[in-house]
Design a protein around this ligand. Sequence first.
Ligand SMILES: Cc1cc2nc3c(=O)[nH]c(=O)nc-3n(C[C@H](O)[C@H](O)[C@H](O)COP(=O)(O)O)c2cc1C
Length: 333
Amino acid sequence: MVADGTLARPFRVGCVDIPNRVVLAPMAGLTSGAYRQHLKAHGVGLTTTEMVSSYGLIYRNVRTDEYLDFTPEERPLAVQLFGDTPEVMARAAEMVLSRPAVPDLIDINMGCPVRKVLKTGAGSALLGDPDRAVAVAASVVQVAAQAGIPVTVKLRTGLRPGERTAVELAPRLEGVGVLGITVHPRAASEHYRGKADHSITAAVAEAVHIPIMASGDISTVASALEVVRSTGAAAVMVARGVAGNPWLVTQLLAGVEADRPALPAVIDDVRLLLGRAVKERGSERAARWLRKLLGWYLRPSGVAASVVETLRNLPDARALDEALDELGRTASE
Ligand SMILES: Cc1cc2nc3c(=O)[nH]c(=O)nc-3n(C[C@H](O)[C@H](O)[C@H](O)COP(=O)(O)O)c2cc1C
């Protein structure tokens, strides 16, 4: 395969320079500061917070507030907000922008398919009410423009398979000043099942003049380059493809597939991430937080499910780190 540097080139969203075209997806429960720092070190050009509840901010929920914390090394960074009405989302945007550290971008979630979110009228529920979706975007743009911060929107295709709401909505969002759109081309009712239909990403890209970020099934260099080629997207967004495989980012930037590192190097990477998580949330919470990633990291490297299960049940980061160290040393022998 010939190296293809397409994804290593910079691009812009409004006034924000993004050093390359591999963007880290927002992932609830995963893309905390520790994870963003880790993936930034692996090379992503833009990071995004987990989705942040506008009501949580307005009612000053302490945990919600923590979602907005970030360090300079995570920049450029987008804060993703979800909410149901223009008023609530504008207020939440004001709160984000009144903090000492202001993000580079604000992203609006119009894709979350989780029932708890949908029934409040937020996330992908906005796809069922395009006028309200546009009004929400317009209100956030109005607030963010005063601070010079570009607003982006993350869309699914529609509520149900076959719907092309994203294609109709995108030009209207552009019309109220949205400066970038991410398309995850699955319907909300499909959650994460089936294959992302990037012909819809292409149709959205065709309908607007702002950069499109393509999300969905970016798991190899070939799939990423094919998505960019066939859709005209400015960038790819990596989500499940990098969970347990952050080396995909380097491969995407170089435009060359490579083998997964050997187990000792995989373990070194997990331990580095664990260390970052400990700094962020303390020993016990860090070990709990890392649980879901252990299988993604270790199973593809041939570690038995029973060993992963034992690691998942360790009570704190110190015990987990020691067990990982031992596993790495056994693997190197
Ligand atoms: C665990 C998990 C959490 C997610 N959380 C969010 C979120 O908070 N906001 C959002 O817009 N999308 C969220 N997504 C969707 C991803 O950003 C992405 O669009 C989707 O996973 C498709 O990409 P993939 O097929 O490469 O995984 C989440 C996905 C996963 C797997």
